[in-house]
Design a protein around this ligand. Structure first.
Ligand SMILES: *Cc1c(COP(=O)(O)O)cnc(C)c1O
Length: 442
């Protein structure tokens, strides 16, 4: 689908747009060139190679600001979900805006502290399998809130807090048994899922926890899944949580926080949607049930902040045809971006040079990587126009769950990452070398 890209200037949000360029490599009368902010992408490729992750700092700022604005009528803290993209450069950028963080491991907590020591007081710690070491490290850092997911974890946390003679601020992550339309691997809010405690058991568990000396009840948390594009299930979950907050207060607990989790989806297939309208609808769904409760709302968006702010740039190594089926073999692979292989996810893919010469016919191609798995593809039966060997392509909306899930499968060094702001491009992760991969093996 080249749909959203027919018109050079109109279709994309500001981070990535086609412009005519007078810069260096390209002829003045050449085709429009995809830019990341004000930098022509071929210029970056010349210096840093491919595959290459590019992020637009302006877009991350803008999306964070849109989120913040949508919730202006309620006390809130945005705790960016680190797992979506955990690069220190991106964490630092958000920390500077006063953003908090949702972490799911001791490693992610260390990243946040490395990005900004003072951010600990805006950290929530989620996850079903937190170890005692991780709990202890988080207690020492004095994070804002532990989202506890089982009774066993409660007692482990109490034990760790007791050893440090401190008190752990606790919310139980409740499972509201709400179905949300998304991929089964990233749906989390049904009773059959491993996450949280069943909402009907929560009251009893809060009662137990309130008598534990080293634990302090602070809130209730919920997270129903990821890539959810309909606001209704968020509202449903929140009204169940609001009812629970009422009951817990009747039981004498003090509930200061409601953590709504993350999960707001982005449109991978459509031409750029109106983010501001979507977040406003989402905010309305969440805040409706919480009106008059006087809680601070915690939000854990990941994908919706960084997803559209990143692209993966790759070059076409070969074109080939097998029995009439055509392939573009590119130098990025499932180890760089696993979403298509793992979830069957769709990503728009566009050429960096937008050739519009008369006589160029669209071809139907599979865009595949070099890895020895049939699952190693980025697109199937996609219409592409005028793409030749050696050309550059951008795989769009790759800012979330892209590099964060990258691996070294097939002994492929991970890509470099650049953060672009205006005309400046900073390396925020160097390209790995094969020697980096071999270093720790004995
Ligand atoms: C993954 C996750 C998030 C972020 O989800 P997005 O879909 O990226 O917004 C937030 N909270 C928790 C507990 C998560 O596991």
């Amino acid at each position: 689908m080249t749909s959203s890209f027919q018109s050079p200037r109109a279709a994309r949000p500001p981070g990535f747009i086609y412009r005519d360029t007078k810069h260096g490599l390209l002829r003045r009368d050449g085709p429009p060139v995809l830019h990341c902010e004000n930098v022509p992408i071929p210029k970056l490729v010349k210096k840093y190679g491919t595959p290459l992750y590019l992020y637009s700092a302006g877009m991350i700022h803008e999306r964070y600001a849109v989120f913040d604005r949508a919730f202006r009528d309620i006390d809130h803290t945005i705790c960016y979900s680190v797992k979506a993209n955990s690069n220190l450069g991106i964490l630092r950028l958000l920390a500077r805006k006063g953003c908090g963080f949702d972490v799911v491991s001791g490693g992610e907590l260390q990243r946040v502290l490395a990005a900004d020591k003072k951010a600990a007081k805006r950290v929530v710690f989620s996850g079903v399998g937190k170890t005692r070491e991780e709990l202890t490290a988080a207690l020492k850092s004095e994070i804002m809130l532990f989202n506890v997911e089982s009774e066993s974890e409660l007692w482990a946390l109490a034990e760790c807090a007791g050893r440090l003679h401190t008190t752990a601020p606790v919310a139980l992550r409740v499972n509201p048994d709400v179905a949300a339309e998304t991929h089964p691997y990233i749906s989390t809010g049904l009773h059959k899922h491993k996450f949280g405690v069943p909402i009907r058991d929560a009251r009893e568990l809060y009662h137990k926890l309130s008598s534990a000396r080293y634990l302090k009840v602070r809130g209730v948390s919920v997270h129903i899944g990821s890539q959810i594009t309909d606001a209704a299930p968020f509202g449903q979950a929140m009204s169940r949580v609001a009812d629970l907050v009422g009951e817990l207060r009747e039981d004498g607990h003090s509930i200061a926080y409601v953590d709504a989790g993350g999960g707001l989806g982005i449109s991978y297939e459509k031409p750029a949607s109106n983010f501001s309208e979507e977040v406003t609808a989402y905010a309305r769904a969440l805040t409706g049930p919480l009106r008059d409760l006087g809680v601070r709302l915690l939000l854990e968006p990941g994908r919706s902040i960084v997803g559209p702010a990143g692209v993966l740039v790759t070059s076409v190594v070969y074109k080939k045809a097998n029995n009439g089926k055509r392939f573009l073999v590119v130098d990025a692979a499932m180890n760089d971006l696993i979403r298509p292989a793992l979830y069957g996810a769709h990503h728009e893919i566009v050429p960096i040079l937008q050739r519009t010469d008369a006589g160029i016919k669209p071809e139907t191609v599979d865009i595949v990587g070099p890895i020895c798995e049939t699952g190693d593809f980025f697109a199937r039966d996609r219409q592409m126009s005028g793409v030749e060997e050696g050309d550059l392509l951008a795989i769009l909306d790759a800012g979330a769950y892209g590099m964060a899930l990258a691996s070294n499968y097939n002994t492929r060094p991970r890509a470099a990452e650049l953060l672009v702001a205006g005309t400046s491009a900073k390396v925020i992760r160097r390209r790995e070398k094969i020697s980096d991969l071999l270093r720790d093996e004995l």
